[in-house]
Design a protein around this ligand. Structure first.
Ligand code: MRU
Length: 359
């Protein structure tokens, strides 16, 4: 990967540069907020590594990056003059490989299924380059659709946020986590654009600090008033009456509305219920997995102990201590006041209402 310096104004999470011979470019989110660097990724192995290491992260952004990763996976075929059959195999193999990068965000599998369907929908292509062309077209479509979904979610979500209110959010759901603009943060950006005065409380989001490193950075750039709190402060901040709504994103939502999101989200939902504060989830339809009903069936990613014991270069627990590090938890539907999608607001959250909106 070749890091290049980026000017402050050119912010995008993921983009494809050039034609079928081009590269995937993404902001290395592990370096924020200290450094804004774009990585130019030219192999599928690098794309896989970027997803696993959270250089690109956030459910929609992972799906988009993986779609472009499939294009990288077939580039060698047309460079080497491989047959159409070999290129098809390479594309399907690329999808299978990228699907093993992270297990929870369903947008990854949704995007890879769309890339697989390009192969089945185009049985008569003449060359390996034509396959790459069709794959790149689909990846760009996925990317463009996400842009539109984010803006629609922003419009619907802003209706739930009152003027002069405090809004708590967890993890990062802005432009970095999507094509641009975001999901839960999109609702806040839109509310601000409408002239509403919103003060955001950003949970720092242990262990990888997506809240303090990324959400606070995005909010500051857009001049949205923001206060960072440790995750353990949410209850106190709610008790003090500073929070009028909670809004978070999602990595996978089941048919009845159970929602996997960054570890700690479930705790925030429990706290919100206790303090009588509405708890909203914002996500595109690509985040719904209607093949499962119960949140118990969502696979939860387990990550390395070092993220907790040696985060950000400093050892903070004794050697060889036992550590449990699930990256996500599941908030049951009954704690969710409404789910905001690009098609509108699902409330109350029930299987009937979810299927009606999403199918
Ligand atoms: O592990 P991460 O940083 O990829 O987790 C991201 C989240 O949990 C986000 O809240 C979710 O993907 C929604 S992004 C719009």
């Amino acid at each position: 990967m070749i890091p290049t310096q980026l000017s402050v104004k050119q912010v995008f999470s993921v983009q494809w540069s050039g034609n079928i011979h081009g590269n995937l470019e993404l902001i290395d989110q592990t370096l924020l907020p200290m450094q804004l660097k774009v990585l130019s990724i030219s192999t599928i192995v690098e794309a896989f590594e970027a997803i696993v290491m959270l250089r690109v992260r956030g459910a929609p952004a992972i799906g988009i990056a993986a779609a472009y990763g499939v294009v990288l996976g077939v580039q060698k075929c047309f460079r080497d003059g491989n047959s159409v059959a070999e290129s098809r195999d390479a594309a399907l193999h690329a999808c299978d490989y990228l699907a093993t990068s992270r297990p929870t965000a369903v947008n990854l599998f949704w995007a890879l299924d769309r890339m697989r369907s390009v192969i089945s929908r185009n049985p008569n292509v003449a060359s390996a380059a034509d396959i790459a062309q069709a794959l790149l077209r689909e990846a760009r479509l996925i990317h463009d659709e996400d842009r539109r979904m984010c803006h629609a979610i922003g419009e619907h979500g802003a209706r739930l946020l009152d003027d002069n209110s405090g809004v708590l959010t967890h993890c990062n759901t802005g432009g970095l986590a999507t094509s641009e603009y975001g999901t839960a943060l999109a609702a806040i950006f839109t509310a601000q654009d409408q002239g509403k005065n919103i003060h955001v409380y950003a949970d720092e989001t242990r262990p990888l600090l997506q809240g303090s490193r990324l959400t606070a950075w995005e909010l500051q750039r857009r001049q949205v008033p923001c206060t960072v709190i440790c995750d353990s402060m949410a209850a106190q901040v709610m008790r003090e009456g500073r929070i009028q709504a909670v809004i978070v994103g999602a990595d996978r939502i089941t048919a009845r509305g159970d929602t996997a999101n960054k570890i700690g989200t479930y705790g925030v939902a429990v706290l919100a219920r206790y303090h009588n504060i509405p708890f909203y989830v914002a996500a595109p339809r690509s985040t719904f997995d209607l093949s499962i009903v119960s949140g118990d069936d969502i696979p939860i990613e387990q990550r390395k102990a070092e993220e907790i014991t040696n985060g950000f270069g400093r050892q903070t627990a004794p050697n060889e201590i036992d550590v449990y590090n699930p990256a996500f938890d599941v908030t049951p539907a009954e704690l969710i006041s409404a789910i905001v999608t690009e098609r509108g607001i699902i409330s109350p959250v029930s299987e009937e209402n979810v299927r009606h909106c999403v199918e």
